[in-house]
Design a protein around this ligand. Structure first.
Ligand code: FES
Ligand SMILES: [Fe+2]
Length: 373
């Protein structure tokens, strides 16, 4: 498996593309049948795959302390991820072992999960600790009625990954670099829904071919038309979007060049997460497919937060971050909604991904291969 280029190699590759008027190219044109964006059968296959792969769940720093938890569905399965007393992560199916009610929603910090219905209580290690009026359950073995764990929860490179069932593959893991360093803190978190297939927005983050027509007045004035470095590693990819200000580095010797602020790196964490290094912050977006035409987004924004910021400082960071990630990406959402609408027309039997869309071909090929297994 190939690794990623160094920052110096990326800068040189970009200068070469600027000088020659070129961009990175893939080796093949990919055709994807359009029913893969609308069919319930294909959707069910994808959900089943998402349950059998380690998938990104949240940045590690979203679960900072003993008792920190996040409860939300993953591939349609409601789960709770919680940091236990030894600071190890644990993950359970979010259902009481009495009559099955979900125990908790959203995120917070606790020492006990107490069911709202009849009050059964579970420790943060999942063990069943208390049954009110226990005499009513004469033969019940409490040791066998702890919360049901999912297959696995792991942390790697600053992200938490969960795997609901026995994995068929290591998915994104393997040679994933440290994507989020320890000095990064979450300063904004949003949950939203969009009326389109989950893969369409993943694809929009994987190519720069659309930057000029789609983002004419937002991203394009600072960037280039169809000029990217496209790398694939394992099942993942990284796209580099250079800013025009990268030209400032021409006069700096190679060893002294700092790439920060000169490019946007977008890592696609296979299959449903992307991590983007934007101006002054990192965006982590996780897609939860709801139906063939509906997707929920869990969206974290991180930066170097020192802890002495005022509410005003945090507001300014949120505003900056939302300018980049919402104004620009709203344009993507609008275009993508147009694709979902266009699918109803019957105008296409398949979509054609050209040589500029190499990372999308890589993504769809990996997805198809795994579904066929
Ligand atoms: S369903 Fe949870 S205590 Fe009854
Ligand atoms: Fe875009």
């Amino acid at each position: 498996m190939k690794g990623l280029k160094s920052d110096t190699e990326i800068i040189n590759q970009i200068f070469e593309h600027i000088d020659l008027g070129t961009t990175d190219l893939g080796e093949e044109v990919w055709k994807e049948p359009v029913e893969n964006y609308t069919s319930q059968k294909r959707f069910d296959e994808e959900i089943s795959l998402l349950r059998r792969l380690p998938v990104a769940f949240a940045p590690s720093t979203a679960l900072p302390d003993k008792g920190s938890y996040i409860a939300r569905p993953v591939a349609g399965v409601p789960i709770i991820v919680v940091r236990d007393k030894s600071k190890k992560l644990r993950a359970f199916r979010n259902a009481c072992r009495h009559r099955g009610k979900t125990l908790v929603e959203g995120e917070g910090k606790t020492s006990v999960f107490r069911c709202r219905y009849h009050g059964w209580a579970y420790g943060i290690d999942g063990s069943l600790q208390h049954i009110p009026h226990e005499a009513g359950f004469p033969d019940l073995d409490k040791g066998c009625h702890g919360l049901t764990p999912i297959h696995e929860v792991t942390e790697q490179g600053g992200l938490v990954y969960v795997c609901i069932e026995d994995p068929i593959d290591q998915g994104a893991l393997g040679n994933m670099p440290q994507l989020i360093k320890d000095d990064q803190q979450i300063f904004d978190y949003t949950v939203s829904s969009q009326a389109f297939n989950w893969k369409l927005n993943i694809e929009a983050t994987m190519e720069g071919y659309h930057i000029k027509p789609t983002h004419k007045e937002t991203f394009y004035p600072y960037g280039y038309d169809n000029l990217n470095v496209v790398e694939t590693f394992g099942r993942n990819s990284r796209i580099t979007f250079p800013f025009r200000r990268i030209e400032d580095l021409r006069s700096t010797s190679e060893e002294k060049r700092d790439i920060a602020g000169k490019v946007t790196y977008v890592y696609s964490v296979f299959p449903n997460c992307n991590v983007a290094y934007l101006s002054n912050h990192i965006s982590v977006q996780i897609s939860e497919p709801i139906s063939p035409t509906e997707t929920q987004y869990f969206w974290y924004r991180l930066g170097k937060v020192s802890g002495v910021e005022t509410e005003k400082d945090i507001e300014r960071m949120k505003k900056d971050a939302r300018f980049v990630s919402e104004i620009g990406l709203d344009e993507d959402f609008e275009v993508i909604a147009g694709i979902q609408e266009g699918l109803k027309s019957g105008g296409n039997t398949h979509f054609t991904y050209g040589l500029y869309e190499k990372a999308i071909a890589h993504f769809l090929k990996n997805l198809t291969d795994l579904i066929k297994r």
